[in-house]
Design a protein around this ligand. Structure first.
Ligand code: C2E
Ligand code: CA
Ligand code: CA
Length: 697
């Protein structure tokens, strides 16, 4: 660039110099001419003029000489002689100076006339000296005057010719000056034109590349990194351009990394929740269905088999789901470009378009098929268990944003978990039912007062002896209008509204009353009452229970309290303190539904509990699943390690019973042993208890 600028300005300066030189030559010529004019031509003109004057003067002096008295004649002679000498002097110098041939000719004629005048002069002087005035006057008139006249004619010819020459020279000089002016104007115009052209070239070759650099930099600032700045051939500009390109590259790379970190799940490399919900996804209007996949039991796997195993499960599910989703899209089962994202922990979302729920269901079947094979983690086989909540645009097909689909799928997922199903669809009916349930629980107060509630009891058996060791109290609601309402239907909602504390209070009263009545026939049977999260939030709960137990007079060891893991975790410090207060009364405590919550084993160690109830989802078909067996075994080991009694819930088959016995469980509860009992059925069961059971009384 510098070279171009130097070249451009160099060319301009050279042009100016050439122009000046062009003007200098004629100017010098004009200068020389003027000098010559002043020193030679003008001098010559003056001399020729002087010659004419001298010739006229001689004529006058002659007349004066003719009329002069003899005694003054000498001075008059001297005057005439002087004038003759001057005339001769001028003629002599002109002989050297006259360059013009015509002038030379005229001069020759003048010299000839001078000779005639010289003769006439002598003849006239002779007549004067001979005192012959009349002859002298005649000689003057007839010889001298004509000779002088002839000389004057020639001299005037010389003069006018000289004038002519001077005028010619002046005209020449003027013409030359005009030419110089024209030349200078032309050259100046040319220089201006060339300077303009050079300026334009410089703008093109310097300013425009600079402007391109500027716009490139603005592009980078605006986040368009794709526009490479092209090479211009200008070294300096290209260097800056290259630096800008490198910068754009680096910045875009770093930006990609940052957005990758922000929108990508680091473990699986899948899009994360933010990526699923980002506005760029809003265009996918064809995506009308969202499946929320939950890897059940991940928490237990993490805590019993380690987080590495948990991560392996997540990775395996991610990989298998990715394959299934891709092939389903390729086969046209679902629309192209489905989004598979990992939202948190073991929760994944598949967002896709489908023409029918049937096809979505087919996708689920494929998923269930691929997760059937257990995952091998450091030599151990672990099962993958999926629970899925589906949400779509509904019957009306009203378009919904992905956020809404996600929220609805979450509701469906919870519903599936509550009803122990592998999947559930979100439907407005479900939402309406939810709202209905919430309405229902407000009837609970009346239910308690009107004795619509019943306490059913489900026996628990020692696996070592086969004997009944106690029962779990389960609430039942006989609604005057709706009929029987399952606790699964109203307990979660009663917990939400806080009405559950009424139920707990009522169940505790019933259990204590029953225990009092059993004091003699079945003193070894305990009753376990389910306590809700809401109860644990009430600081006076322990005091109330203590008062009730004291008032009943029963042995506190016979009233067991079941607490769910999740209930404990909300405010760990306070719940641990409350558990200690309850334990201080002498009540045994159980952790219910173990394996489904999100507890941490570290806290479990600090809890004064005596029983661990493994959730029934682990027991279901445990005999057929080596992976689940591993988990159950790990849980049993851990429970025993903490000195706890381990109970298996929901045992339905002999095979399951055999397996849990082998795995080391202490107690079983489930339909195999007995369904929950009430009224006559309960009494019959109690009556059938072997004598040995009663013998302990
Ligand atoms: P839970 O505490 O885990 O109670 C055990 C549930 O499993 C009971 O369901 C019982 O009927 C069922 N069950 C027992 N054995 C089997 C089996 O072999 N197979 C199957 N599939 N199920 C079996 P239920 O009575 O419907 O209670 C459901 C849940 O409602 C309970 O689960 C408990 O969380 C809650 N609940 C029940 N009664 C009360 C109560 O009085 N207070 C509170 N706070 N919650 C209660
Ligand atoms: Ca329970
Ligand atoms: Ca349970």
């Amino acid at each position: 660039m510098g070279r171009r600028l130097a070249l451009g300005f160099g060319a301009l300066v050279t042009l100016m110099l050439i122009a000046l030189m062009q003007a200098a030559v004629p100017l010098k010529l004009v200068g020389d001419g003027a000098e010559r004019f002043a020193t030679q031509d003008m001098q010559r003109l003056l001399r020729v003029q002087a010659l004419s004057l001298q010739i006229e003067g001689v004529g006058v002096s002659f007349i004066r000489l003719l009329n002069a008295p003899r005694d003054t004649r000498v001075a008059e002679y001297a005057d005439v002689d002087e004038q003759n000498r001057r005339i001769d002097g001028i003629i002599a110098t002109l002989g050297h100076d006259l360059a013009d041939a015509q002038q030379q000719e005229t001069l020759k004629r003048l010299v000839a006339c001078r000779a005639i005048y010289a003769d006439a002069f002598i003849a006239t002087v002779d007549e004067i000296e001979g005192d012959n005035p009349a002859a002298a006057a005649r000689a003057l008139t007839e010889q001298v005057n004509p000779a002088l006249k002839a000389m004057l004619v020639e001299s005037n010819a010389l003069l006018s010719r000289e004038r002519q020459l001077v005028e010619d020279q002046l005209a020449n000089a003027q013409a030359m000056l005009r030419r110089i002016v024209w030349l200078m104007a032309a050259v100046s115009a040319l220089v201006v034109a060339i300077a303009a052209w050079l300026g334009w070239r410089t703008t093109r070759s310097v300013v425009m590349p600079l402007a391109r650099l500027e716009s490139g930099a603005k592009d980078i600032a605006a986040g368009n990194y794709g526009h490479l700045i092209e090479a211009t051939g200008l070294q300096e500009v290209d260097r800056v351009g290259e630096a800008l390109n490198t910068m754009a590259d680096t910045v875009s790379q770093r930006e990609r990394q940052i957005s990758q970190q922000a929108f990508e799940d680091s473990l699986t490399g899948l899009p994360n929740r933010a990526a699923l919900l980002q506005p760029a996804q809003a265009g996918k209007a064809r995506h009308n269905t969202l499946a929320l996949l939950d890897l059940a039991r991940l928490k237990v796997v993490n805590e019993t088999l380690g987080y590495t195993t948990g991560d392996s499960l997540i990775l395996a599910l991610a990989e298998r789901a990715r394959t299934v989703v891709a092939s389903a899209a390729a086969d046209g089962l679902i629309s192209p470009e489905p989004v598979l994202a990992r939202l948190a922990g073991g929760t994944f979302a598949i967002w896709f378009g489908t023409t029918s729920r049937h096809d979505a269901q087919a996708l689920l079947t494929q998923l269930e098929h691929v997760v059937e094979a257990p995952v091998s983690c450091s030599g151990q086989l672990v099962d993958l268990n999926l629970v899925v909540g589906f949400a779509d645009f509904g019957e009306a097909g009203t378009e919904q944003p992905v956020e809404t689909l996600l929220r609805n799928a979450e509701i469906a997922l919870h519903a599936a978990k509550r009803s122990a199903q592998t999947h559930a669809w979100y439907s407005e009916a479900q939402e309406a039912a939810r709202v209905g349930h919430l309405g229902l629980v407000t009837d609970l107060r009346a239910a308690v007062a009107d004795n619509q509630l019943q306490m059913w009891l489900q026996p628990k058996f020692s696996l070592a002896t086969g004997q009944a060791i106690g029962v779990e109290a389960l609430v039942r609601w006989q609604h005057p209008v709706r009929g029987f309402v399952s606790p699964a239907e109203f307990v979660p909602f009663a917990e939400q509204t806080g009405h559950i504390t009424l139920v707990t209070q009522w169940m505790l009263q019933q259990a204590l009353a029953t225990l009092s009545s059993w004091a003699t026939p079945y003193p070894h049977l305990s009753i376990a009452v389910n306590v809700s999260t809401r109860d644990l939030q009430d600081p006076s709960f322990a005091v109330r229970v203590k008062d009730m137990v004291c008032a009943s007079g029963i042995n506190p060891k016979r009233l067991r309290l079941e607490i769910t893991e999740s209930g404990l975790m909300d405010d760990t410090r306070r719940s641990i303190a409350l558990l200690h207060a309850l334990r201080d009364i002498g009540l045994p405590l159980s952790i219910d539904d173990f394996g489904t919550g999100y507890s941490s084993l570290a806290y479990l160690q600090q809890m004064p509990v005596t029983e661990l109830k493994i959730d029934r989802s682990f027991i279901d078909k445990v005999d057929a699943s080596p992976g689940t067996q591993r988990l159950v075994h790990a849980m049993v080991e851990m429970g025993h390690g903490l000195g706890l009694m381990v109970t298996a819930e929901g045992v339905e088959t002999e095979a399951e019973k055999g397996t849990i016995t082998r795995l080391g469980c202490d107690v079983m509860q489930g339909y195999l042993g007995s369904r929950p009992l009430h009224g006559k059925a309960l009494q019959d069961w109690l009556d059938r208890l072997p004598a040995a059971d009663r013998a302990q009384a």
